[in-house]
Write a protein that binds this ligand. Structure first.
Ligand code: C2E
Ligand code: CA
Ligand code: CA
Ligand code: CA
Length: 279
């Protein structure tokens, strides 16, 4: 039949086959990249109401020898599907703790927090809490300066287990932020049960804040909700002075976006020989 014919065509679609091969290649190269030190952490500033930096968010990059700097959207989904996100995530945590320990020795940065993105799969590991503890201990980092960013997708899995792990980490002083808030579909009732200290307003609501009354209403609602739950709010994706002003007038106190700074290497160049120009 015609339909079966279409299916057959789709099954042998050379473009699809090419994608399968590409994914396998990506997976292999990423595994080698992790082993060969091609991953690095960028950081993006998080600022207060006076636009003073009070922390950074760690953002993963892959410096591929041929393709150059690969953004996380291109390799994290594959890493999550293959489980490679587990060793990668542990590398990110160890690296972030080393950065925190260096900041602690620098009077200009000693009070900064560093936020690390977690994938739901990491949190489902039975030894996740131990992994975080080890990363902090190995670097000698202060747990109160570490923030862990989670998305609502983690609530799709064993919520009791997630809460238990979060509470174990929170008791060490680690803080938790709920990322991309407003884009998920979880029940608001979970918000009260999770030991969260911060909500991050997704940048899709900030983008059209000045022109779309719905987005302005959502931002305002998130800020009110956070206030009544005694949580901080970070507005993500702030690109203009006008967005900064409007959000500040709504009572937002923390901001992140290109208006304040783009992601840049967290390591000073002199500590990161692979970034320095050849001698
Ligand atoms: P995210 O956690 O929502 O991170 C914010 C993303 O928004 C970053 O993209 C950042 O570069 C971008 N951004 C910041 N300010 C602006 C702005 O003003 N305008 C616009 N248009 N974009 C802005 P990036 O670095 O490409 O990261 C994409 C996503 O990859 C992150 O989204 C996060 O979900 C994931 N990711 C990054 N690093 C890690 C990691 O170490 N582990 C895991 N599991 N995920 C990570
Ligand atoms: Ca994030
Ligand atoms: Ca986000
Ligand atoms: Ca909109």
């Amino acid at each position: 039949s015609k339909a079966a014919g279409r299916n057959a065509v789709r099954f042998f679609d050379p473009a699809m086959q090419a994608r399968v091969v590409q994914r396998a290649t990506l997976q292999r190269e990423l595994r080698h990249g992790l082993r060969d030190g091609e991953l690095l952490l960028f950081g993006q500033p998080i600022v207060d109401m006076r636009a003073q930096v009070c922390g950074q968010e760690a953002l993963l990059r892959w410096r591929h020898p041929v393709r150059g700097m690969v953004p996380p959207a291109e390799f994290i989904p594959v890493a999550e599907q293959t489980g490679l996100i587990l060793p990668i995530g542990q590398w990110v945590l160890r690296e972030a703790c080393r950065v925190l320990a260096r900041w602690a020795a620098d009077p200009a940065r000693a009070g900064w927090t560093l936020a690390v993105n977690l994938s739901a799969r990491q949190l489902r590991q039975p030894d996740f809490v131990d992994g975080v503890r080890q990363a902090l201990h190995a670097a000698g980092a202060d747990p109160r300066r570490l923030k862990l960013e989670l998305t609502e997708s983690l609530l799709l899995h064993d919520v009791e287990d997630t809460i238990a792990k979060m509470e174990a980490l929170a008791s060490l002083g680690i803080q938790f932020a709920l990322d991309d808030f407003g884009t998920g579909y979880s029940s608001l009732s979970y918000l009260k049960r999770l030991p969260l200290t911060q909500l991050k307003i997704d940048r899709s609501f900030v983008r059209d804040l000045l022109t779309d009354p719905n987005d302005a209403a959502i931002a305002r609602t998130i800020l009110q909700l956070a206030q009544s739950l005694e949580m901080e709010v970070v507005a993500e994706g702030v690109e203009t002075a006008e967005q900064f002003e409007v959000l500040r007038a709504m009572g937002c106190r923390l901001f992140q976006g290109y208006h304040f700074g783009r992601p840049a290497p967290l390591e000073p160049a002199h500590l990161s020989p692979e970034l320095a120009p050849p001698a």
